[in-house]
Each structure stands twice: as C-alpha cells, then as structure tokens.
Design a protein around this ligand. Structure first.
Ligand code: PHB
Ligand code: FE
Length: 327
C-alpha cells in the first residue's frame, strides 16, 4: 500500500524564486541569504547554507538517533515512527519565557516535506554534503537544483566491505578519487591468503584507503553490522552541521587528525565540556548531552552506535545509565 501525502507548498514562488512550505503550524521561507521559520509563538532565521546542511543530514539519516538541533532553537526529535518538530524546546531562555513550541507528526509527513524543501531550496551550485571548500555557493536567487547530490543514498555495505558483491563502489573509475586531503594515505590493500572454499567469506580491506575516497563530510556510512552494533566511519571537515542530542551512548574513535567537540547539556544547552580528540583517542559521549564537532583538517572518525530500539526507553526511564562504563 502506498500512503499518499501532499506537501503543503505555496502555489507560486516568492520574489527570489523559491516556494514556501508549511508543516502543521510551522512555516518555512527562504530568500537569497536566509531561511525563515515561524510557529504560533515566535519566529527564527538561520543562514541558508547552515540550514540546508542540517536539513540534508536530517533527511538523509531519517531523523537520526534522538535530537537533531539545526542550531540552538530549531530541530527535530526522533520517536521512530513519529517525529517532534520543535522551536526553543531545548533552549533554557525560550523555555523560561514559555515561547517554546513543538508538534508531533508522522515520519512520512515530515520526511516528504523536508525532502521537498531541500530540493526546492538547493541551487545547482550547492552540495550540502560537501565540505565548504569543495562546493559552490548556497546563496542567491533560485538557480536550478542539485537533486543528484541531495538524494544521494547513504553508503551501506550489503556484506562486509571487500567480500564479493559488497555493493561498494569505491574506485577512481566509479567516480571516487582519493580526496585532496588524503593524498598521503597508503592505498595498498591487505593480502589475505584464504583457505580454498572460503573465498566468498574471508576478506580484509584497508579502512583508511576506503575512507580516503569519501566524497562527503559528516555523513557516517554503515560498514559493518554485528547484531545491534553498527560501525559507522566517516570523514569530517569544517563543522558538524547539526548539534546532536543523543538518546543513547555513542562511542567515537578518532582514526586520523583531530576533532574538537563542544559538549553541552542536552536539554538546556549549558556548556559541559570541550573534548579535543587526536588520532588514536577514544571517547564515549553520554546519553544526556548534545555535541557538535569541529574538524580543522579533513579527518577520519569511527562512530560506534548501538542500534537497539530498547535503549532510548531504558535510559529515559532510568533503567540504564546515561554513561557507558563504571570504572
Ligand atoms: C554525531 O552526532 O555523533 C555525529 C554525526 C555525524 C558525524 C559524526 C558524528 O559525521
Ligand atoms: Fe552524536
């Protein structure tokens, strides 16, 4: 069965050539430089490049784990089937002034609306997944689209990478050249001598070579799945376009270079710590914080997620701790 849902889009374009959208009581409008959001108790504006980078992640990750803050005011909370869209809910000042607002909507409805906004507001010069150094401008009047980039599918291996039919296009011929910042990464693949009969089951690959060919930033790919344990490496440059408020513990292994993380209280935004991770460092982000990473050079990060659907409730009800280990 196909469920039909009509995105609420203005009949015509505004003076700058963009459509306007509605989702419940929220409205969305862009001009040359800014995205404008309104809701019954207030309004907000964001630089449109930052807005589109955040929107791209929210859409591509299907609302991710927990909270996706576009900035200190606007964002979404994933309830895995429905999504809250909010303004000011995780902002102490908005809460105290009682200006915060949120609505719960079916995932399908917000997904289709956000996809339509992303498609309409992204000009052909702009790739929201790319490092700012590797894309043109998001600004200006409506100029074409970049649907090829914004509908890019998140890379997910069919089998362990390196095995036959892993479905991993990762060669220069397939359009994945080594990134300019990873020119020094050794491209040799490990030699594995497989016992006859096991050629289809035993393999190894260089994760560094694999990641050196990533053409996106801040977009973890699932390269291995073992029950609920997901290994999601990614390449990072500039700023994580969202402030992620997790509903579970999340581990980071810094594989190369350096990322600085600003860590805040998930609900109020109060500063909790600043974590500088250098190559080889491992950290666990607690389940009651929100974080945003800064990567001055393109770096490789392994994000390790526990995908179990039981965790958010166990943590929210106090049956599981917000931190991962007791020393
Ligand atoms: C995170 O929120 O933990 C996160 C998201 C995207 C990344 C890295 C980390 O690329
Ligand atoms: Fe996170």
């Amino acid at each position: 069965m196909t469920i039909q849902f009509d995105v609420e889009r203005s009949a015509g374009q505004n003076a700058d050539g963009y459509h306007e959208f509605r989702l419940g009581e929220f409205s969305f409008r862009r001009d040359e430089f800014f995205a404008y959001i309104t809701w019954p108790t207030g309004s907000h504006m964001m630089s449109v490049d930052a807005f589109l980078r955040a929107l791209q992640r929210d859409v591509a990750w299907d609302f991710f784990y927990g909270i996706v803050n576009f900035d200190g005011v606007f964002g979404t909370v994933n309830h895995y089937g429905t999504v809250d869209i909010f303004a000011g809910r995780y902002n102490d000042s908005y809460r105290k002034a009682e200006l915060d607002y949120s609505e719960n909507v079916e995932t399908l409805v917000i997904r289709e609306t956000f996809k339509a906004v992303l498609s309409d507001w992204t000009n052909e010069s702009f790739d929201p997944f790319a490092s700012p150094h590797e894309t043109g401008s998001a600004f200006g009047v409506k100029n074409g689209n970049n649907d090829a980039a914004v509908t890019r599918q998140r890379v997910a291996a069919e089998r362990m990478v390196g095995l036959p039919n892993d479905q991993q296009p990762r060669t220069t011929e397939a359009g994945y050249p080594v990134n300019r910042m990873f020119a020094d990464v050794d491209q040799t693949e490990p030699v594995v001598e497989v016992e006859p009969g096991f050629e289809d089951e035993v393999a190894a690959f260089s994760l560094f070579a694999y990641l050196s060919r990533s053409n996106v930033t801040w977009n973890p790919s699932v390269v291995s799945v073992c029950k609920d344990s997901l290994a999601c490496p990614t390449t990072e440059e500039y700023i994580l376009p969202i402030v992620h408020g997790n509903d579970r513990v999340e581990w980071f292994i810094q594989l190369s270079d350096e990322i600085t993380w600003d860590v805040e209280d998930r609900d109020t935004g109060a500063v909790r710590s600043r974590v500088v991770m250098k190559a080889g460092d491992v950290s666990a982000m607690p389940a009651d914080i929100r974080h945003q990473g800064y990567s001055p050079k393109r770096s490789m990060l392994l994000v390790w997620e526990n995908n179990s659907g039981a965790i958010p409730e166990a943590i929210a009800s106090g049956n599981a701790p917000t931190y991962p280990v007791e020393f």
